[in-house]
Design a protein around this ligand. Sequence first.
Ligand code: GLN
Length: 376
Amino acid sequence: HPSRADTFTESVIREMTRLALKHNAINLAQGFPDFPCPPGLKTAACEAVKDDINQYAITWGAKDLREALARRVKTFNRMTFNPETEITVTCGSTEAMMASMLAIIQPGDEVVVPEPFYENYGPDAQISGAAPRYVPLTDDLSIDEEKWKSVFSKKTRAIIINTPNNPTGKVFSKQELSFIADLCIEHNAVAITDEIYEHIVYDGHKHVSIGSLPGMEDRTITIGSFSKTYSVTGWRVGYALADAALTDRIRKIHDFLTVGAPAPLQRACVAALDLPESYYKELAMEYDRKRQILYKGLKKAGFACELPEGAYYLYTDISSFGMSDTDFARHLVETAGVAAVPGSSFYANGGETKLRFTFSKKDETLQEACKRLETL
Ligand code: GLN
């Protein structure tokens, strides 16, 4: 019997992690740190368990966490959300995205997905029954306005935005987001915006939340997470911010999908939000250094790439190696002992000349990977 599970493949990013383990390779495929999270967060998590915060939190998230999030989002993202009615804590941004799409999409609704895109959005669209309309970024990662206008129509229900972007590192400017906001308003569409890398930006680039732009308050779902900002990808704590009407629907889906995110870790995330402002500066500086290490190593090994504006990936062009992305990724993991993600994972069609490497690793890990890549 056919099933919706037949309409997409398993995650190539997670598959590359399994291949890296099998070949004892350095995993520059899946984006997660191999260094510890801030020590205060570990203490807070242990204390929460000892304090018996071990039963379900309120379905839409522990009250103290929603309140702390509302304060943080007000100062950093310049958006105001009522923690009682407009914030939902989820199992990572992965669940936030899936719950958001299930909450607003009717089978057949069109969803605009800029390409290249984070792998999950493809299956998310399939699972929710959306008809995806892919629209490419130009080669220099900008918006071809005529092309973008032409994919919006009466059928458009939503657009998926991801800034800073995975895999390209693009940080969408305020002007670009205003252009997208105008399209959403004109076509009565919702912007679902994945901002998980919001604190990882370089060279003076500024993160802007499309939900903070005029006219977008009641048509934006902003998704964030503790995973990348605080190096706790295994905790599975993320969130969706939206006006009360959208949040009502998101919460219903979220409740029946997962009941709630891990309660003791929600408590520990309150401690994360108490970290001083300097923490965020240092995080971006650390990643800037790692970005330079891997960039130099990749260049030396013959990869063509640009320094990304944000997030923690280097998106390389491998045309000069004369192999397809999947063959080359396999070759790399088996012979050089370095795992990366084939570019085709980020496209509905295409990406065969691309390979993505993460630099969310210890300096030593990156240096060893660079050494191995030189043997290519
Ligand atoms: N977002 C990270 C990546 O793109 C991790 C993905 C995942 O496995 N959840 O690699």
